[in-house]
Design a protein around this ligand. Structure first.
Ligand SMILES: Cc1ncc(COP(=O)(O)O)c(C=O)c1O
Length: 293
């Protein structure tokens, strides 16, 4: 969408003209963190959880980003700035790096000044029919480096997604060997087994998805049995239902893996119920939110 605006280190500028330095750490070494937040009619859902995760990732990478109040203000300013440009829900990407590196400093480089903060938005691009029909996945035999961090360097995930697309699938499932499933290229994975929910544990090496966290809360509140344990591709195919979670796509039924049907090959009722509960939670938080929260 032409006319979209970006937020770069305090300035709101046209997206197509937004720039960071070639010395930036994110560009030089791929170090930095990002978040993709869904903005529902002006309300960034679970912004606090996204900012917490970004701050934890930045700390792991050794830089201190601006505080939450500063980042919240940036997000709200950008959402407001784009309100007249694009209608409907948005995907908002917040990227934080250690900032420009001193070109005279030895590898891996010493920051010259302050961290870089960039926020961009794009209209949500959700393929029609994914909730009614479900999506497909292909398994790739690798995992992300430092999987607890949503790092700017997304090589393992983006190559996985590209491989899946080449194979005619929508999403890739990253694995830890022996068919053990960790997460999607840009999603977390859940299975419905014996009426309860199963999802891989964080210490297996995967992103602590914000949506994953909300689904775990909602399932517990609904009285479902929830187990965080390792799960194999074979178990996923044998499960009654499998779904993927991500901020932009919420909960999406996964109906086939490597060409094998999951369950009966169609979206199932538990996924539908949890999706409805998720959307109700979004609506509840939107209604409760003040314009600056
Ligand atoms: C590798 C990976 N796992 C999981 C997720 C889902 O995270 P969230 O629910 O916080 O969007 C993402 C989101 O893009 C991701 O990139």
């Amino acid at each position: 969408v032409s006319g979209l605006l970006a937020w770069v280190d305090g300035a709101v500028v046209p997206l197509v003209e937004a720039r960071v330095s070639v010395l930036d750490q994110g560009f030089r070494t791929g170090e930095g963190v990002f978040e993709t937040i869904r903005v529902y009619a002006g309300h960034p859902f679970r912004l606090g959880a996204h900012l917490d995760r970004a701050a934890a990732g930045a700390e792991r990478l050794g830089f201190v980003p601006p505080d939450h109040a500063h980042l919240r203000a940036a997000v709200h300013e950008l959402v407001a700035a784009n309100a007249g440009v694009v209608v409907g829900d948005l995907g908002l990407r917040l990227t934080l790096t250690g900032g420009p590196l001193d070109p005279d400093s030895p590898f891996p480089g010493r920051p010259l000044g302050r961290p870089t903060v960039v926020a961009t938005v794009q209209p949500l691009a959700i393929a029609p029919g994914i909730y009614a029909r479900g999506i497909t996945a292909a398994v790739v035999p690798w995992a992300r480096e430092l999987p607890e961090i949503k790092a700017v360097s997304y090589l393992a995930a983006s190559l996985a997604r590209a491989r899946a697309r080449e194979l005619g699938a929508d999403e890739a499932l990253l694995t830890a060997g022996h068919g053990v499933v960790l997460e999607g290229a840009a999603s977390n994975v859940f299975a419905v087994v014996d009426g309860g929910l199963v999802t891989p544990p964080l210490d297996a090496g995967l992103l602590a998805g914000v949506t994953r966290g909300v689904v775990l809360e909602l399932a517990a509140a609904a009285g479902m049995v929830v187990r965080e344990r390792l799960v194999t591709v074979r178990e996923l195919c044998a499960a009654a239902e499998v779904f993927l979670t991500a901020s932009t796509r919420e909960l999406v039924p996964l109906v086939s893996i490597d060409g094998e049907p999951v369950g009966n090959g169609a979206p199932g009722p538990v996924t539908q119920r949890l999706l409805a509960a998720y959307r109700a939670e979004v609506a509840r938080e939107r209604a409760a939110a003040t314009p600056t929260s």
